[in-house]
Design a protein around this ligand. Structure first.
Ligand code: ADP
Ligand code: ASP
Ligand code: MG
Length: 439
C-alpha cells in the first residue's frame, strides 16, 4: 500500500494547459500523491523550444549586450496562454519583470534557468489549490556545489510534512550565500528523488512521455520493449550510459532509503510503466540483458611504450595527468605495452595540448594515438554474470551488421559489456544489438 507518493512531472507532461490538466487529473486521482515536483514547460511538438532553453537564451543575449526582450516576450506569452486556459489568477507580467531586472543587473545562468520551473510550479499550485514551496528554501548545496544532504533532507522533510500537500519546482536549490544553483539538465528528476527521500515517501513516481524505461532508445530503435522491473544498479548503469529518460543521478537519494521509482506515462496513465527497486520481485527471473544504452562523443587516447608492463605506476601517472586537468575518465582498457584512456571529447578538446605535452614529458611514451568520434554502447543486465556466451553474442551481432569494434570493456561487476565503435555506426550498432540480444 502506497500511503505517500512524491510525483514528478516532466516538461512534456506540463508543456501546455491541456497537459497540465492531464497531470492534475492523475494527481487528484490518488490522495497518496501529496507532493508534486514540476518541470518547466517542455516541447509541445518536435521543433518547439523548451522554456528552459529560452531562458538560457535570454541569459546569453543579456551577457552579450544583445536585446533579449523578444525572447522574454515569448516566455511570457507561453505562460499567459497556460494561465488563461487554466483560468487561474496569476500575475505573469510581474514575474517576468523580476527576471528582466535581474538579467539587466547581471546574473549567473542558473537564476534565469530556474525560473521555468519556479513559475510553472506556482501556476500549477494555484490550479490545484495547493501550497507552493520554493525549492530554494528546502534544497541546499554546500560551498563546493554538492547537495548538502543532511540540511536538505531535514529542512525539506520538516517543512513538507507540516503541509497537507505541496507543489515544489524541480531543477534547482540554493547555495550557502542564497544564490540559485541548478542541477545539470534534466535535473528535476533529481529534485523528485530528493523530495521523495525527505518526506520518506513509499514511492517516487516519475511521470514522462513514454511508458517506462525502454530496453533501447526509442528515437533510434523502433518500438523497443518496456522494462517492467529493473534494479537501481541496472538503471544507474543504463541512465549513465545514455538512457536519458531519467537523470543519471536521480537514483541516489531514493536508493539509500529503498524507495522504489515508478516511471509512468502522463499520456497513458493506465500503463504500469517501469518499477525500479533494489531487487526484482521473487517471481521475476534475472535477465542476462535488461537494456542497451549508449552515447556518442568520446575520444580514446592510447599510449604505447615497450616494457610498460614492468614500469610500476605508469597507469596511475597517466590517469593523474587527466585528473589534475579536471578530465574524468570513462574507461581504461589496457594491453601489455599499451594503455588507452577513454574520455568525453568535449572536455578533452579544451585541455588537449596541455595533456599531450604532460604525457610526453612525464611518461616518455613510444607513441600516442588519438581516436576521435567514438561512441560507447553498454549492454546491461544483472544476470549477465551467470550467462554464458554473452560477449560472443555481442560480437556476433555487431559483426553481422558490419560494425567494427574499436574498444571492449567489461565492467568489473560483470553487469555490462561496453563496446566502443565509430560514431557513424552508432544507430546501426544499437539496432543490431537490440535485435541480437533483446528482441
Ligand atoms: P521529461 O521531460 O518527462 O523529463 P525526458 O525528455 O527527459 O522527459 O525523457 C523522456 C525521453 O527519454 C523519451 O521521450 C525518450 O525519447 C528518451 N529516451 C532515451 N532513452 C530512453 C529509454 N531507454 N527509455 C525511455 N526513454 C528514453
Ligand atoms: N527544465 C530543465 C531542463 O530542461 C530541467 C528538467 O526538465 O528536468 O533541463
Ligand atoms: Mg527529463
Amino acid at each position: 500500500m502506497n500511503n505517500l507518493i512524491t510525483a514528478k512531472f516532466g516538461g512534456t507532461s506540463l508543456a501546455d494547459a491541456s497537459q497540465i490538466k492531464k497531470a492534475a487529473e492523475i494527481i487528484k486521482s490518488n490522495p497518496a500523491r501529496k507532493f508534486v515536483v514540476a518541470s518547466a514547460p517542455g516541447k509541445r511538438f518536435s521543433d518547439d523550444i523548451k522554456i528552459t532553453d529560452l531562458l538560457y537564451k535570454c541569459h546569453s543575449q543579456a551577457k552579450n549586450g544583445e536585446d533579449f526582450s523578444g525572447t522574454l516576450a515569448k516566455i511570457s506569452e507561453r505562460y499567459a496562454g497556460i494561465i488563461k486556459e487554466l483560468g487561474v489568477d496569476f500575475d505573469i507580467k510581474n514575474e517576468i519583470e523580476i527576471i528582466r531586472k535581474n538579467l539587466e543587473a547581471g546574473t549567473t545562468p542558473d537564476y534565469p534557468a530556474s525560473r521555468g520551473e519556479y513559475i510553472n510550479s506556482k501556476i500549477i499550485a494555484k490550479f490545484l489549490g495547493w501550497t507552493f514551496v520554493d525549492a530554494a528554501e528546502i534544497i541546499f548545496f554546500d560551498e563546493n556545489g554538492f547537495l548538502d544532504e543532511n540540511k536538505t533532507f531535514t529542512t525539506a522533510g520538516e517543512k513538507l510534512k507540516s503541509l497537507e500537500n505541496a507543489v515544489i519546482p524541480g531543477f534547482y536549490g540554493s547555495m550557502p550565500d542564497g544564490k540559485i544553483k541548478t542541477f545539470s539538465r534534466g535535473g528535476s528528476d533529481v529534485t523528485g528523488s530528493i523530495i521523495a527521500r525527505s518526506v520518506s515517501a513509499d514511492l517516487y513516481e516519475n511521470w514522462t512521455d513514454v511508458s517506462g524505461m525502454l530496453s533501447a532508445d526509442p528515437r533510434i530503435v523502433k518500438d523497443p520493449k518496456v522494462i517492467e522491473y529493473i534494479t537501481y544498479t541496472e538503471l544507474r548503469e543504463l541512465s549513465y550510459m545514455g538512457a536519458s529518460v531519467l537523470h543519471e543521478d536521480a537514483v541516489f537519494p531514493v536508493r539509500k532509503a529503498g524507495i522504489p521509482i515508478n516511471i509512468r506515462n502522463t499520456n497513458k496513465p493506465d500503463d504500469n510503466g517501469t518499477l525500479i527497486a533494489a531487487s526484482l520481485p521473487d517471481n521475476i527471473e534475472k535477465r542476462a540483458v535488461t537494456g542497451i544504452a549508449g552515447r556518442k562523443g568520446f575520444s580514446s587516447i592510447r599510449v604505447d611504450k615497450s616494457m610498460m608492463n614492468g614500469e610500476t605506476g605508469f597507469g596511475a601517472k597517466l590517469l593523474y595527468i587527466f585528473a589534475r586537468n579536471g578530465i574524468p575518465f570513462e574507461h581504461c582498457p589496457t594491453g601489455i605495452d599499451t594503455i588507452s584512456v577513454v574520455v568525453n571529447s568535449e572536455l578533452f578538446d579544451q585541455k588537449r595540448e596541455i595533456i599531450l605535452r604532460e604525457i610526453k614529458s612525464e611518461l616518455d611514451p613510444d607513441f600516442i594515438t588519438i581516436e576521435k568520434n567514438l561512441a560507447a554502447i553498454a549492454v546491461v543486465g544483472e544476470g549477465m554474470i551467470s550467462a554464458k556466451g554473452m560477449a560472443a553474442r555481442v560480437f556476433d551481432a555487431l559483426a553481422k551488421a558490419g560494425v567494427n569494434i574499436r574498444m571492449i570493456d567489461q565492467g568489473s561487476d560483470e553487469l555490462n559489456i561496453i563496446v566502443g565503435i565509430d560514431e557513424g555506426n552508432y544507430e546501426k550498432a544499437l539496432n543490431a544489438l537490440y535485435s541480437g540480444m533483446i528482441a
